[in-house]
Unconditional design. Structure first.
Length: 320
């Protein structure tokens, strides 16, 4: 085990080491989900989705994830984690009873160290740290503001949630020649990646990265739904993540190829994934959408989901 560090704030921490750490982080996310509902921030499945970008497996994740403990690392319980993404983005999860200024400071300090290390190594230097915090976590937001962070205008993400009880999923309606099914083959993966890159031009997804996703702890093939166009290509997709502790289903990501937008494919593929999640026991769900994406906002509202919180980026220039 890499030696645990005790920062000036007194919180023992260490880098990510093995897959067991990912399960610890997911367990903390599940704990926070229960406490924060109906305004959750991060679903346990998000960690499997994010892990695709960490080259080198555990070694790569050690550069991106840090764990904080209540006492000496490992024998005590996990109380927080931080996830660093290039160039300087920070996601943080803190147990509700530990959302204190000192712990936020420790996580931010770690993220700044990661950003500086990348700059020294010549890896996409960052000018600022950008931390994501939900409106329903005022203690975290107040701590960030105390450390000089300011909300970034126009960067908010809507968190849509809904309960599934008494919800009978309507029949799927698709244009002639289209079908919904699960992702199955390597050819499907290649086409799914192409569709994703078309739907999200900034995407860095590759077939290799998607195979990493498929090996994730919470990945379930039955929740990986795609719409097939008449020419055999993937036209739309929705990937479901089921938290087995809370029976919470998140759809992340959801996308439609630009060629096939405004034909009801997004609605159909979401309903297919939700129906599959219900069959596995899901009782409630989450879907996130950028506030600047009116089509996505309308789609999820049309599914009966409601915005219960917003997540916003808070930015601070890197200190010298």
């Amino acid at each position: 085990m890499v030696g645990a560090a005790r920062g000036a704030q007194g919180w023992p921490s260490r880098p990510y080491e093995t897959a067991a750490d990912l399960r610890l982080m997911q367990a903390l996310s599940a704990t926070c989900w229960r406490a924060d509902w109906p305004a959750p921030s991060t679903h346990p499945g998000d960690l499997d989705w994010w892990a695709r970008d960490a080259a080198g497996g555990a070694a790569g994740l050690a550069e991106r994830a840090q764990l904080w403990f209540a006492g000496e690392a490992d024998p005590s319980e996990l109380v927080a984690w931080g996830w660093f993404s290039l160039p300087g983005d920070l996601d943080l999860m803190i147990r509700p009873d530990r959302r204190r200024t000192e712990l936020v400071a420790a996580i931010v300090g770690w993220a700044e160290e990661r950003a500086r290390a990348n700059a020294i190594a010549g890896v996409t230097p960052a000018e600022a740290i950008q931390a994501i915090a939900g409106d329903a976590q005022p203690a975290v937001i107040e701590a960030l503001r105390r450390f000089g962070f300011h909300a970034v205008e126009g960067g908010a993400t809507a968190h849509f949630t809904r309960q599934f009880d008494s919800w009978e999923i309507p029949e799927l309606v698709l244009p002639a020649g289209f079908e919904v099914r699960t992702l199955e083959s390597d050819a499907d993966v290649t086409s799914r990646v192409a569709c994703g890159r078309a739907a999200f031009p900034q995407s860095q997804m590759t077939a290799e990265k998607y195979q990493v996703v498929r090996r994730g702890t919470l990945y379930r093939p039955g929740l990986d739904r795609i719409v097939i166009a008449p020419d055999g290509s993937v036209a739309a997709f929705a990937l479901g993540w089921l938290d087995p502790v809370n029976l919470a289903l998140e759809l992340e990501p959801v996308g439609v190829h630009p060629t096939y937008q405004r034909r009801g494919l997004g609605r159909a593929v979401c309903l297919a994934a939700i129906r599959a999640g219900q069959a596995l026991g899901a009782t409630h769900g989450l879907i996130c959408a950028e506030g600047r994406n009116p089509a996505a906002l309308a789609l999820y509202a049309g599914l009966g989901y409601e915005i219960t919180t917003w997540a916003r980026p808070y930015r601070r220039l890197l200190s010298v």
